[in-house]
Design a protein around this ligand. Structure first.
Ligand code: FES
Length: 377
């Protein structure tokens, strides 16, 4: 996504544009991934938007200048109206990307989505084989994913092969990249776990050692040199292990507009967990939500930021880091993100990383199930 530095904040002259619309069309999912970034309370989201409501969201967002549509979940294939949503997006001129586990996909559906105008598919894998894949996803889905990845390429889609990386699969990165290569992936995203949602709950089980990350990065670099541009490989670091805070969402209310399954509008993926009231597309027009709502303005620009952010030379590049992470680690969504070395609470992150280095026992995974969602929320 291009830099939108000039669009940041209400003090800037130009009104920011929600270039990236993410439609989280359902939180229902056949998988139970223990690293899922969905809210812990996902089971409460029963009242999903109807087809017409989603089409209206697309109309409104496109009129505001949105160009890229991500359709995710949960598992978006569980929506029977997915093809209708994709078709409408194509008619409006969106570039559409389906983020899927591949479970629930088949040849017929792939053909229908192609005819509807879907541009791009990101399929998630958990590992390079069924054992470790089943363990983290809670079911026997690996062979389905393999078949569907082959079918995606047979239908001539650009394919992103996405794997969330953690303690239990980082040592398999060579075989994972071999699998991506064998399946004809155009892009590989090795996304190290960000500790939000279910992943935060499972930190002890998922956080790797620094040596695991170092080795995996070296193997990834070797693969990059071997395959060049024929398969582009991204190794996305985890905030806990980085030297600086990341500019989450490219700055609050500058670029990203997410819609939860029940129609609540979210300035970031994790906003449902923040202590702010989220406006709903069922009650307000999207433009009013984007421009005027408290939720979209509360962290826009830099006026809200505390020290040491205000006097930091990185103020305009990191935007104070991630608000959801600040809430989880500092207990205060307004705090400097503790992953930043300048945060007075950075020691908490250092201790987590050191504990992961020293951990000998494997912790059990708490799976993303309806039962666990209800008991934890
Ligand atoms: Fe909410 Fe980063 S995920 S601000």
């Amino acid at each position: 996504m291009a830099s939108v530095e000039s669009q940041v904040g209400p003090a800037a002259n130009a009104t920011p544009i929600p270039l990236w619309l993410l439609a989280e069309v359902t939180y229902r999912c056949p998988l139970q991934c223990a690293y899922c970034s969905n809210p812990i309370a996902f089971a409460r989201y029963r009242n999903e938007l109807e087809t017409d409501e989603w089409l209206s969201v697309l109309d409104q967002a496109r009129a505001m200048g949105a160009v890229q549509l991500g359709i995710s979940g949960g598992e978006p294939l569980l929506r029977k109206d997915l093809e209708t949503i994709v078709k409408h997006a194509r008619e409006l001129g969106f570039y559409s990307n389906l983020l899927t586990s591949g479970v629930g996909l088949d040849e017929t559906r792939l053909g229908e989505l192609k005819r509807a105008g879907l541009d791009h598919i990101q399929i998630s894998f958990q590992a390079d084989s069924s054992g470790p894949s089943d363990e983290i996803a809670g079911g026997h889905h690996f062979s389905t994913k393999e078949r569907m990845a082959q079918a995606i390429k047979a239908h001539d889609y650009p394919m992103v092969f996405n794997v969330v990386m953690h303690r239990r699969n980082l040592d398999r990165v060579d075989s994972i990249l071999q699998l991506a290569w064998d399946l004809g992936a155009d892009y590989v995203e090795l996304a190290n776990t960000q500790y939000h949602g279910w992943a935060y709950h499972n930190r002890a089980a998922l956080m790797p050692t620094r040596e695991q990350i170092r080795r995996a990065e070296a193997i990834t670099q070797h693969w990059r040199e071997k395959v060049g541009n024929r398969m582009q490989i991204y190794f996305v670091g985890s905030d806990y292990y980085d030297e600086t805070a990341k500019p989450c969402m490219n700055g609050w209310g500058t670029t990203f507009l997410g819609i939860a399954p029940d129609g609540r509008a979210m300035p970031c993926h994790g906003a449902a967990e923040l202590p702010i009231e989220l406006p709903s597309v069922r009650e307000e027009r999207l433009q009013a939500i984007w421009e005027d709502s408290h939720a979209f303005n509360v962290f826009r620009g830099h006026d809200w930021q505390p020290e040491p952010c205000r006097s930091c030379e990185l103020l305009h590049s990191c935007h104070g880091g991630c608000r959801c992470q600040a809430l989880l680690l500092a207990g205060d969504a307004w705090a400097t993100d503790p992953v930043c070395p300048k945060s007075p609470l950075h020691e908490r992150v250092v201790r987590e990383v050191e504990a992961a280095d020293e951990r000998k026992n494997e912790f059990p995974l708490v799976m993303r199930t309806v039962k666990n969602s209800r008991s934890l929320s």
